[in-house]
Design a protein around this ligand. Structure first.
Ligand code: GUN
Ligand code: ZN
Length: 450
């Protein structure tokens, strides 16, 4: 290992087991590992079976400052929620008795209309950022609402609590059953421009805007075109929904008769780029998946939501075969849980259900699902050069996990090694097991005292 001849100061050193994914290995377990983080929040070194004293001399840290992980502990990359509606968190866990289009008009639009009130927004947005951070979501790709000021507030709160976030002011100019909850096309363009300018002006290091047409049914063709242009002129991320539910797919066909498919609607309006993430995609055809591959666009798989509001089941194996980038999303509140551990479990459930229906289907493994929740999510958001796994030079977004905490949900038995410990955490663990959370090297959980 090279001598540390840079000026980087080491801010944290951990010694113990690190677990992460690489493009080659869904799970790589590094036992007896030492990981150093510099004062800019980047991983400075990661070494296996090295002597701590010699490392401390090379990197200039005190061995007394090392955080020693116990036998029941490990570090893993922070989880990436590629699709969550911050504005729907207030009713998460309720209102799951209607299919998508009725669900939107009955529950969602009336609640989202309330974000005109910044006090209401502040209360819900504070709670959703804290809840997701505590559950190990170090990066969230958020939908807010049509309200620019409340959406800016969500960005401010993510920055304040230290979560990495893409924040989208929602754009919609048609087909809302709640008259006060939609914009005129011109209003939408002006407000989207203002949102992007004002959020970028804040220069938050880890919070950026994402252009957010709600979905094809909520947007006129001219609005979709405007948004494609804004995103491409400013090299911004784009997020929306696609092919979630069959009724929706049929309606898109009738409303956009000039387009070959739902995917073609977004393609024609320049909304499919290598910074695009589309939620659901349950009913996409192989031809459409090829377009995703060619454009570098990603899919956010939201299995809790897909089942909870009876939308469909995405065949993740088929998406991966098409070499389409894929991450996991909670899709709160269509999905009732804000936890990415739940998203992993529901991903496995859906995959197993597909195997029950067709024994030829190759079920996803828990290792693959771990990769989707971490590295896969970073790829889906085109952030994989910065986050997603433990590689020197990437930002240190990480969870310290302890499977044996007082009154915790997991019991260990003799002879259980790190792989079993990981599997038990993924299947049985919860926020009590996530004892520390780091984003870009900053410890953000436990929360600082007010
Ligand atoms: N499609 C358009 N808007 C939404 C939403 O808020 N949630 C879900 N699940 N699907 C959508
Ligand atoms: Zn959604």
């Amino acid at each position: 290992m090279a001598q540390n001849d840079t000026t980087a100061r080491i801010a944290h050193v951990f010694s113990g087991t690190c677990v992460h994914s690489t493009p080659r290995a869904a799970v790589e377990i590094l036992e007896n590992c030492v990981l150093g983080v510099d004062d800019e929040g980047k991983i400075a070194f990661i070494e296996k079976d090295k002597d701590l004293v010699s490392l401390s001399k090379i990197w200039g840290f005190e061995t007394s400052d090392i955080k020693q992980l116990g036998q029941t502990e490990f570090l893993m990359p922070g989880m990436v929620d590629t699709h969550i509606h911050a504005s729907q968190y207030s009713y998460a866990g309720t209102a799951l008795d209607l299919p998508l289009l009725e669900w939107l008009n009955t529950y969602t639009f009336p609640v989202e209309a309330k974000y005109k009130d910044l006090d209401f927004a502040n209360n819900v947005y504070t709670k959703v950022v804290r809840r997701t951070l505590k559950n190990g979501t170090t990066t969230a790709c958020y939908f807010a609402t049509i309200h620019t000021d409340a959406s800016l507030l969500l960005g401010e709160l993510a920055d304040k609590f230290g979560q990495r976030a893409l924040v989208g002011k929602v754009c919609m100019d048609c087909n809302s059953a709640v008259p006060q909850y939609k914009e005129s096309p011109s209003e939408c363009k002006v407000e989207t421009d203002r949102f992007i300018k004002e959020l970028l002006k804040k220069e938050y290091p880890n919070v950026k805007p994402v252009v957010t047409p709600r979905f094809a049914l909520s947007c006129s063709a001219s609005l979709l075109s405007e948004l494609g242009e804004i995103a491409n002129n400013n090299k911004l991320h784009i997020q929306s929904h696609i092919s979630e539910n069959k009724e929706e797919v049929e309606l898109v066909k009738t409303l956009f008769p000039g387009c070959k498919s739902y995917t073609d609607v977004y393609l024609k309006h320049n909304l499919l780029t290598d910074r695009t993430v589309m939620a659901h995609g349950c009913h996409l055809t192989d031809e459409e998946l090829e377009i995703f591959h060619e454009t570098g666009s990603a899919i956010s798989h939201c299995p809790n939501s897909n089942i909870s509001i009876c939308s469909g089941m995405l065949n993740v194996r088929n998406v991966l075969k098409h070499k389409v980038k894929l991450g996991l999303g909670t899709d709160v509140a269509g999905g009732y849980s804000p936890s990415m551990l739940d998203a992993m479990r529901r991903t496995l459930d859906t995959s197993k259900t597909l195997t029950i229906q067709d024994p030829q289907h190759q079920t996803l493994t828990f290792e693959e699902v771990f990769r989707l929740a971490t590295l896969g999510g970073s790829e889906a958001l085109s952030l994989d050069e910065q986050i997603g796994n433990f590689v020197v030079g990437k930002d240190f977004d990480a969870l310290r996990v302890n499977v044996c905490v007082p009154d915790g949900p997991i019991d260990l038995f003799p002879g259980e090694g790190p792989k079993v410990i990981l599997e038990k955490f993924l299947n049985l663990g919860d926020d009590r097991n996530i004892t520390e959370v780091y984003v870009a090297g900053r410890q953000v959980v436990p929360f600082p005292e007010p």
